[in-house]
Design a protein around this ligand. Structure first.
Ligand code: ADP
Ligand code: MG
Length: 381
């Protein structure tokens, strides 16, 4: 990828470019916890975006996407929004940097990536954080890393029509090889934990399905969580978000809320605790316990929160049957990937069986992505 990018840059714009990169992400545990003020636990992966970039003194951005084999040229004012969807991520990052008082002048760039698009690994965050980081370095703006993540998030909100949380851009900006990052979504405090599972691999099995219920179901889940939190708050005013509640406090209001809301809340409160238990396990280097937590999360998402689907439950069940260490649906649910922590010797049998059996049952093959927890936004020297 690097040589291709450098050669194309040289062909289009000449010498002297600097190289920057950032990463997609996975979330090991902590799902549907973000909007409940709980923890998420992501890490950057060894798949990302790489960009050669150099100021051009022309007051415009000239960008070339290798993967789309397409060029875009745009100015730096609000009315200059480019037509191509991919270019809007770069434009948005420029504009959001400017809104924060950062200097952005014209530049040339050639970029490419290897994060599968729309598979739940956040290729868009990789793209945003590559440019947020690069622009900050090139024009010496001194914007801190958290604000760089927010630049990416605001780009999604204001230029790409996606009302996302902060996790993806946070993971992409803060990611470090061999570490996961526990982010408290209420306070935005974060902490690194070691994740170097020697003897294990992380592999995603992509069901390649996306069930349409996702957004209406998501709104209903949120409403249930807010309803449960409001009921608990009557007894315990300190409960701002559902994640602040203890399990027994939920028990106290069981008769006052619909059974469905109770189950949703039971999942969320359990999931917040599981993130903490998962972190404890990692600090002991106990990947077997960590893996068990992943199965518990899958169970909760499937049976209590009810955001899994037949394809994902099938993959999860197969993992369990084959003694895979940990497995669960990753992301919002209703499709997408399972993330699996699997012993080296079981990797091939598991992946082969998952592909064969899934294909036989659902009529299309799943995709398989190996991931290694790696560095996030950085300059490549
Ligand atoms: P994801 O879940 O992978 O973030 P999104 O739909 O949010 O999916 O973002 C995908 C979009 O990001 C693509 O449609 C494209 O506009 C942009 N993008 C991601 N990776 C690349 C790339 N390698 N080259 C050009 N554009 C990219
Ligand atoms: Mg995205």
């Amino acid at each position: 990828m690097k040589t291709k990018i450098q050669a194309k840059f040289k062909e289009l714009y000449g010498d002297g470019a600097r190289l920057f990169a950032s990463a997609g992400r996975v979330n090991l545990i902590g799902e549907h916890t973000d909007y409940n003020g709980g923890y998420v636990f992501p890490g950057a992966i060894d798949k990302g975006i790489m960009a050669a970039i150099k100021p051009n003194g022309l007051g415009v951005v000239r960008a070339f996407s290798i993967d789309y084999n397409e060029a875009s040229e745009f100015g730096l004012n609000e009315e200059d929004k480019p037509a191509q969807a991919w270019a809007r991520y770069i434009f948005g990052v420029c504009r959001e940097t400017q809104k924060r008082g950062g200097k952005v002048e014209g530049f040339d760039t050639v970029f490419a990536g290897d994060v599968p698009l729309g598979a739940g690994l956040s290729s868009s965050a990789a793209l945003e954080s590559t440019f947020a980081f690069a622009i900050n370095e090139l024009f010496k703006n001194g914007i801190d890393k958290f604000e760089l993540a927010k630049i990416g998030q605001s780009t999604e909100h204001n230029y790409c029509g996606v009302k996302c949380g902060i996790m993806d851009q946070f993971a992409s900006c803060f990611g470090k090889a061999g570490s996961l990052i526990r982010l408290n979504c209420k306070t935005l405090e974060y902490k690194y934990f070691p994740f170097e599972p020697k003897g294990y691999k992380l592999v995603l099995i992509d069901s390649c399905v996306k069930h349409e219920l996702a957004s209406s179901a998501y709104n209903k889940r949120r409403a249930s969580c807010e309803n449960a939190a409001a009921a608990i708050r009557k007894n315990h005013p300190e409960v701002e978000f559902l994640s602040d509640a203890k399990r027994i406090w939920l028990e106290e209001v069981r008769a006052d809320i619909p059974e469905e809301d109770f189950l949703r809340a039971e999942y969320v409160i359990g999931e917040v605790q599981r993130v903490l238990d998962f972190c404890d396990a990692l600090e002991r280097g106990d990947y077997e316990t960590a893996g068990e937590m992943m199965y518990q999360t899958h169970f909760g998402m499937s049976k209590l929160y009810e955001v899994s689907c037949e394809e994902l439950d099938f993959l999860n069940k197969l993992a369990r049957k084959m003694d895979v260490t940990g497995s669960r649906v990753m992301g919002g649910g209703f499709g997408g990937c399972t993330i699996n922590l699997v012993k080296d010797e079981l990797y091939k049998p598991f992946v082969d069986a998952a592909v064969a059996q899934f294909t036989a049952k659902f009529g299309h093959a799943p995709k398989v992505y190996d991931v290694v927890i790696s560095d996030g936004a950085r300059e490549l020297k």
